[in-house]
Structures are given as structure tokens and as C-alpha cells.
Design a protein around this ligand. Structure first.
Ligand code: CP
Length: 315
């Protein structure tokens, strides 16, 4: 049901939930990118397109970019956002179950945006609610709107998503932005995906199997140096400390890789460095001044992409 894809004209099909990036077809993604670009270039004015609509933000995990860019997007479309400050300030703290909580949000809003640590929370909410549910980051696998932003940034910087060489780098075991991006890339035709990580942080077997099934060329590496000069896109991820059940295991990998000024100098001139942010120590601030560093622009463009998506989901 959630895999129902949009028709070729880029409109969303009957079910408007966005739980995984693969819930959307390539045509729908391309429509989101087209509208985001029109908004960014001020070719269209959607400032009243969602007048009177209400978005509920239900964030059970911390966030800066996703939460505030969704809120900014809704404001810029004429709608309003409601939210709770902390999960502990909801009646969940009194023992209310998740189903009852999201049912209330369904009554109070027209679209529900959820971030949760437990995989399956958004899908469950989508089953319970009539309003569309958008997954704003969940567990170790899902962050579909971040993937839209990542792919949009590639498109805006390099003119295409197909045919490029990607290096996805870092904590590929726990970083949902990496897993989600890899699934997003499977909807396009990348020339190559290098999966670069310390041994302990390699991608899950499930991801490897999906890439093989989709006939996407990929190679696993432990060193970025070997591919640095040949890739078009470097996508960095931080080590996801909050996903380690065992603090000792985190200590073993902490600080095990870092992208620094010398690395960016070895990249192709027209290649780009992306990062979903926040960063810790895996990406040196010294890289920020290089033209390849696109991660702040990527975060800024998140508002345009989320505006385009909200407009599509609610129209
Ligand atoms: N990229 C991202 O999801 O950032 P936040 O955790 O700050 O929302």
C-alpha cells in the first residue's frame, strides 16, 4: 500500500504518506525537484497555497534542520505549525500509547510530520491517521525528506543525478541518511557508489543485497583516499553515537575518520562535498571555504524541497 507510486505526470497517487523514499516514484521526485527549483528561482509564488492548513510536528528525537525547515516551509506556504516542545511534556509521559497520541494529531492537523527512534513508527501512524504522514527521520534506515534534499542538491550543482560517481562515507551501519540516500540512488542510474567506512561501520547486508538486486555498481572500501580523485559526490556522515547500544563499541570507532582540507584539495574541481549535518569531528570546518563544500547550501535548500513536498501532499 505504501509502495503505491505516483502516476507519470508527477502527481502523488491516492495515498500521500511519505514513510520511505521508495514510497515515491522517480516521476514524483522529479516533480518535487522541479517545484523546489521554481520556488528557489522565484518563478512561482506559493505563499498562500496552504492558507488555513495546519501541520503537526511530532518529534520524539532531537532535530534542528528538519524540524525548523519544515516549520519555515509551512509558514512560507501560508500554513501554520503546531508542535510539542518535548515528548516528556505530552501525555505519553502519563502512559498514553503512541496510537492515541497520533490520533489526536490527526484530529488537530492536516499533515503530520514525525521523527522517532523506532523503525516502523511512521508507517504505524500512517495506518492510524487519515491525514498524510511524513517521516522526518526514523531509526537507522529512514529519512526520506533528507534524501530528497540530498538529491536536489546534486541536481542543482551537477545538473544530473544519473551517471555520476558517488562516495557515501562514514557510519554506514547506523546513519539513516546514508541508508536512505542509497535507496534513493537506486531509483536513478548512478555510474558507481563507493561505500567507504571503517570495518565496524559497514553497511548492512540488506543494503548490499538491494544494490545487487537493483544492478547498481558498488564497491566497499575502508579508505576514501583511493577514490577521492575520481568521484563527483562525496557524502559524509557522522558516527551516530546515539545508535550504539554499547558505549565501549562507540569508543572503539570514535574519531576513526575525518575529512580535512588536504582531502578537498585532491578532489576534482567540479565535484561536491555533501553532509546532512550536524557534523562533529568527521568534517573539518577548514573545508567550509572551498567551492566543493555544499553542505550549508544543501541545508538551506531543504526549505524549498519541503515547501514543494508539503504543497504536493496537501494540494
Ligand atoms: N539533517 C538532519 O536531519 O538534521 P537534524 O537532525 O538537525 O534535523
Amino acid at each position: 500500500m505504501f509502495n503505491s507510486v505516483g502516476p507519470p505526470n508527477g502527481r502523488m497517487s491516492g495515498h500521500r504518506d511519505v514513510v520511505d523514499i521508495t514510497d515515491l516514484s522517480r516521476a514524483v521526485l522529479e516533480e518535487v525537484f522541479k517545484v523546489a527549483s521554481q520556488i528557489e528561482n522565484q518563478e512561482i509564488d506559493l505563499s498562500h497555497s496552504l492558507d488555513g492548513k495546519v501541520m503537526a510536528l511530532a518529534f520524539f528525537e532531537p532535530s534542528t534542520r528538519t524540524r525548523l525547515s519544515f516549520e519555515s516551509a509551512m509558514c512560507r506556504l501560508g500554513g501554520k505549525a503546531i508542535t510539542f516542545l518535548e515528548p516528556v511534556m505530552t501525555s505519553a509521559a502519563k502512559g498514553e500509547n503512541f496510537a492515541d497520541t497520533v490520533r489526536m494529531l490527526d484530529y488537530y492537523s492536516d499533515v503530520i510530520v514525525i521523527r522517532h527512534s523506532v523503525e516502523g513508527a511512521s508507517r504505524f501512524a500512517a495506518d492510524v491517521c487519515n491525514s498524510p504522514v511524513i517521516n522526518a527521520g526514523e531509526g537507522m534506515m529512514y529519512h526520506p525528506t533528507q534524501t530528497m534534499i540530498d538529491l536536489y542538491e546534486v541536481l542543482k550543482c551537477l545538473g544530473n543525478i544519473d551517471g555520476l560517481r558517488y562516495a557515501v562515507v562514514g557510519d554506514l551501519r547506523h546513519a539513516r541518511v546514508a541508508s536512505s540516500l542509497i535507496r534513493g540512488l537506486m531509483m536513478f542510474r548512478p555510474d558507481m557508489i563507493y561505500l567507504v567506512s571503517p570495518d565496524r561501520l559497514r553497511v548492512l547486508e540488506e543494503t548490499r543485497r538491494s544494490l545487487s538486486a537493483a544492478k547498481i555498481r558498488f564497491e566497499e572500501r575502508t579508505s576514501l583516499a583511493e577514490v577521492l580523485g575520481s568521484v563527483d559526490v562525496i557524502y559524509l556522515t557522522r558516527i551516530q553515537r546515539e545508535r550504539f547500544g554499547d558505549a565501549l563499541e562507540y569508543e572503539r570507532v570514535k574519531g576513526s575518520y575525518s575529512f580535512v582540507e588536504d582531502d578537498v584539495k585532491k578532489m576534482k574541481k567540479d565535484s561536491i562535498v555533501l553532509h546532512a549535518l550536524p557534523r562533529v569531528d568527521e568534517l573539518s570546518p577548514a573545508v567550509d571555504r572551498y567551492p566543493q563544500a555544499k553542505y550549508f547550501e544543501q541545508a538551506k535548500r531543504g526549505v524549498f524541497v519541503r515547501m514543494a513536498l508539503l504543497n504536493m501532499v496537501l494540494r
